[in-house]
Design a binder for this molecule. Structure first.
Ligand code: HEM
Length: 168
């Protein structure tokens, strides 16, 4: 995966947004409504997302559809002016992570009957979720290492700058 792919993966982006909608990691935002107008504020709301609001359906989170969502209908990164300053970076990192993980591994639940439970903390996490990650056919430890680490190492060798050069 290279930087050119980041904006060329609309379905991965829709999957990430749908995951953020269903399971927003930040469970609290520091906002007090000045007027309670009864508008739906939860990103799982049936009023905004329809009767299948509790289902994982990335098709509803394509770029065009997200643009048409009602104001405040989807706020995984909080509320202006104090919304997340790292949202673009977070989406880029998540895209790279998802692509690389699914290119290289097949995942399965250790317990196929696992039912989602939550671990209480500031961020929302699944409790006792264990998965197997198996290298996909054609991927071995050496090719994994070569694909993930060697290009990065070569790049940083090319662009290595000393602290004094950075100051110039
Ligand atoms: C999926 C990943 C992330 C989610 C869901 C998330 C969510 C949020 C939310 C909901 C807020 C607002 C909190 C509030 O209203 O009190 C917030 C604020 C913030 N986030 Fe994130 N965030 C993520 C990743 C990141 C990353 C990667 C960075 C930095 C590189 C970052 C930096 C910040 C900062 C600095 C604020 C405070 C902004 C301010 O108060 O002006 N976040 N984030």
């Amino acid at each position: 995966m290279t930087v050119e792919h980041l904006n060329a993966l609309p379905y991965v982006k829709a999957c990430l947004l749908e995951a953020l909608r269903l399971e927003p990691p930040a469970q609290m935002i520091a906002v007090t409504p000045m007027v309670d107008d009864g508008a739906p504020r939860r990103s799982r709301g049936v009023a905004v997302f329809g009767d299948d609001a509790t289902e994982f359906r990335p098709e509803r989170m394509t770029e065009e559809k997200v643009k048409k969502l009602p104001k405040h209908g989807f706020k995984p990164f909080g509320h202006t002016p104090r919304n997340c300053i790292g949202s673009d970076f977070a989406m880029q990192e998540a895209t790279v992570a998802v692509v690389v993980l699914f290119q290289k591994f097949d995942f399965s639940l250790v317990d196929p009957g696992y039912e989602l439970r939550y671990q209480t903390s500031l961020n929302r996490k699944p409790k006792d979720l264990k998965i197997f990650a198996r290298l996909r056919p054609g991927v071995d430890v050496l090719s994994l290492h070569r694909d993930l680490f060697i290009p990065a190492a070569a790049d940083s060798a090319k662009t290595d700058t000393t602290p004094s050069e950075l100051g110039k």
